[in-house]
Design a protein around this ligand. Structure first.
Ligand code: 6PG
Length: 246
């Protein structure tokens, strides 16, 4: 499916635009089924998302949201490096999503990443059915960030996890971005989503965006191409400033 690239004048405008798209994704999902499944990334995404959603929360059906993490660091859930803690602090503690519908890393498995990945896959199965009935889960919405090296989720350049074609959730113990031990959704899961949105702001992403969007270099973020879904890039002006076309 073709991608759509939006350039906004500022990071605040990105947040406002993102709010409208998330509402659309939610409404589309609820017109087809009774829940809205969304995967959140770490980094700057929870803050941008919260800024947009909390500024105008009307229309959101929080009781229908099922929230997963696109990737998670293998640390306790109250650790400063935890993506869940970040999402909780920025957004989830401020909206009435039932806590049973927020799917976290199993805190008992922080020292056992292979088991933590398997456990997270099982949590996905409770919502999306089993691997014997569906090949890959279909998220209504996956919200991604992109690192300056072109990584997304915890899928880093030249890492063997990029080749994963079976599992829904992978793990790594050698992440170049600390902390080193993480679990992550795999590329086939991301590429089966109904809608995927990259939210990328700041001048330090400018050159990588040229590599991905103009030069089509095969960095991890460039391997996100939903098979049947829509792909959006939400950029602010500093991030988009090197691009030929947006
Ligand atoms: C993580 C993230 C990671 C992040 C990017 C972009 O847990 O490390 O999920 O993939 O989204 O590194 O981060 P920024 O938005 O902070 O640049």
């Amino acid at each position: 499916m073709p991608r759509t690239v939006y350039e906004f004048p500022s990071a605040d405008a990105v947040a406002t635009g993102l709010r409208d798209l998330v509402l659309r994704a939610q409404d589309e999902a609820l017109s087809k089924h009774d829940r809205f499944t969304v995967a959140l990334s770490g980094g700057s995404l929870p803050n941008t998302l919260a800024k947009g959603l909390l500024a105008k929360p009307e229309g959101f059906r929080w009781d229908r949201w099922h929230v997963f993490y696109a990737d998670e660091r293998c640390v306790p859930l109250d650790h400063p490096e935890s993506n869940h803690r970040l999402a909780q602090t920025e957004l989830l503690s401020k909206v009435p999503i039932p806590s049973s519908q927020v799917y976290t890393l199993n805190p008992a498995l922080v020292e056992k990443p292979a088991e933590a990945a398997e456990d997270y896959q099982k949590q996905l199965m409770t919502v999306f059915a089993t691997k014997s009935t569906v090949r890959f889960p279909v998220f209504d919405l996956i919200l991604l960030g992109m690192g300056p090296d072109g990584h997304t989720c915890s899928l880093f350049p030249n890492h063997a996890l990029l080749e994963e074609s079976e599992q829904w959730v992978g793990y790594l113990t050698d992440s170049p971005k600390p902390p080193p031990t993480r679990i992550t959704l795999t590329l086939p899961v991301v590429n089966h989503a109904h809608m995927v949105v990259f939210v990328t702001t700041g001048a330090n992403k400018k050159d990588t965006l040229v590599q991905i969007l103009d030069r089509k270099e095969p960095l991890p973020a460039a391997q996100v191409n939903p098979i049947h879904g829509q792909l959006y890039w939400f950029l602010d002006e500093p991030a988009a400033s090197g691009l030929q076309t947006t």
